[in-house]
Design a protein around this ligand. Structure first.
Ligand code: 5AD
Length: 364
């Protein structure tokens, strides 16, 4: 059944559900082979590195699942200095990372936006090099904003933007967000980001209480319909200081299955969407020490090593068990490169590694 589906090139909801239901070693092999073949054919099987800096954990949102939600009073709130961000960006540029990701909580005031703009301009200016004459590529992940704001951020030099839909099912979206955070608004933002000219990434959490395979299959069709360029998906992991703490035991019990389902979801996304960039996320690694490598085997082609300064890393806790929290527990770049090599993959250095989909959709 699975073999037949993978050999066809028609992937409707039912076919995607079959892919997501894979549960035997034989099926996992089929998925890995098909995902890798698709990656090679429509994208490139190089692995691109994006250095991730968590710029600020101040957040105006109250997502029920998220550890840095506004109402979590036990979080020590921080915002990095411009120079601290610049230092990491320069390091990335020297090491040949294709690009740099700035992520933060959602803050809508002008002061915050103009600070980001100032930082973007400095990064573009100060990371110019022979191999990247325009400076480091920059991805932003700073939440919902007005189209005009997105335009300013784009013009300041960011060229990619990540904004997860979390679930493309309205009911589920509403179950995990307070009423003032609107599903329509999130969708509008994704359209605005595309209009402005960004390469746009979205994604969902996998294993949200009440989420079904049907929901996840439709998420993939949603990504297709929205013509998105990049995907970041990862397991939902309960944070104890959130309203979702009540799901702690259930979540813990299911983590193994959720991890498995996340890999199937990455494979399904690769097989159906073909030419997008897919990140193997930190949350995968939070569950399994080789989680990110596994993600690469199932069709992911981007890794985002955490470069937030160690002193504040513990304050950006979206979920329990986030890796690299202890001081000195820096990710070792050479180890990462050699684990990529061990998978018979090449690390894409000194190039942006843009998603092929962006250029393909521009041609149509
Ligand atoms: N478990 C897993 N992922 C989470 N995120 C936020 N909270 C959690 C959690 N408890 C993810 C969301 C968000 C991204 C930055 O982190 O999908 O978009």
């Amino acid at each position: 059944m699975l073999r037949k589906i993978l050999n066809s090139d028609e992937f409707g909801k039912e076919e995607i559900k079959t892919i997501l239901s894979s549960s035997t070693e034989e099926e996992f092999e089929l998925l890995k082979n098909k995902a890798t073949e698709t990656l090679k054919k429509f994208s490139s099987d190089k692995v691109y590195l994006r250095g991730l800096v968590e710029f600020s954990n101040i957040c105006e949102c109250n997502c029920f699942y998220c550890g840095i939600r506004k109402s979590n009073k036990s979080v020590n709130r921080f915002t990095l200095d411009d120079d601290e961000v610049l230092e990491q960006a320069k390091w990335c540029s020297e090491k040949g990372f294709g690009s740099f990701v700035i992520q933060s909580g959602e803050v809508k005031n002008e002061k915050f936006i103009s600070r980001i703009i100032r930082i973007l301009k400095r990064i573009k200016e100060e990371t110019k090099s022979e191999s990247q004459p325009d400076g480091l590529g920059i991805t932003l992940s700073v939440g919902e904003h007005q189209k005009e704001t997105y335009k300013r951020l784009f013009e300041a030099g960011a060229h990619r933007y990540l904004l997860r839909i979390e679930s493309s099912n309205r009911e589920l979206f509403e179950k995990i967000h307070p009423p003032e955070q609107l599903f329509e608004r999130r969708i509008q933002c994704l359209h605005d980001l595309k209009d402005v000219g960004f390469q746009v990434g979205t994604g969902v959490m996998i294993g949200i209480p009440g989420q079904t395979l049907d929901n996840l299959a439709k998420d993939i069709l949603f990504f297709k319909k929205m013509d998105i360029d990049m995907l970041g998906m990862g397991p939902f992991i309960v944070h104890k200081e959130t309203p979702f703490a009540e799901y702690y035991e259930e979540n813990l019990k299911n983590l193994h299955d959720i991890f498995r389902l996340s890999l199937n979801m990455i494979a399904a996304a690769r097989i159906v969407l073909k030419d997008v960039n897919i990140a193997s996320t930190t949350a995968l690694q939070a569950i399994h020490p080789n989680g990110r490598e596994e993600g690469l085997l199932y069709g992911a082609n981007v890794i985002m090593p955490l470069l937030t300064p160690a002193s504040v890393r513990k304050d950006y806790l979206l979920y329990e068990g986030k890796p690299y929290l202890e001081a000195g527990a820096e990710e070792c770049l050479d180890c990462l490169k050699s684990s990529i090599e061990n998978l018979d993959r090449e690390t894409g250095l000194f190039e942006y590694g843009d998603p092929k989909h962006f250029f393909n959709r521009k041609m149509h």
